[in-house]
Design a binder for this molecule. Sequence first.
Ligand code: FES
Ligand code: FES
Length: 155
Amino acid sequence: MPLLDLSVNGQSRKVEADDNETLLSVLRNRLDLTGAKYGCGEAQCGACAVLMDGELALSCVTPAAGAAGRKIVTIEGLAKRGNLHPVQQAFLDSAAFQCGYCTPGMILAAVALLHSKPKPSEAETKDALDGHICRCGAYPRIVEAVRMASARMPR
Ligand code: FES
Ligand code: FES
């Protein structure tokens, strides 16, 4: 079984993985980082989203071997020194979730969006979240949370 050298949430992690194992499987089953969720397993729902080198990546279809040498950030790595990321705080303040299953992927999609476009329009926000399914129908509050985070974050 190959030994992979991954950078996850600022830490170097050496982990064994099967040849065809996905990044999602390695994160959840080998590194015990269960924030990224298994939804569809085929790039259709966004529940498994993580950041790779600052860009959104769907870990259910990302080979773990392909993540070696990239900087991976999961929802567990967003808070710094006990302080929630502004997007996390805005989701809390907007009550932008119900069951929470889609929330890690939604938050990381919002982080990636605000990194590339600090003041997105509502249409741009909806477009960025388009591949993310919320079965609880919290979309209006999720869009509001992104607007709130955008207003609070320094340009
Ligand atoms: S579980 Fe990866 S996109 Fe649905
Ligand atoms: S809060 Fe339940 S799926 Fe989005």
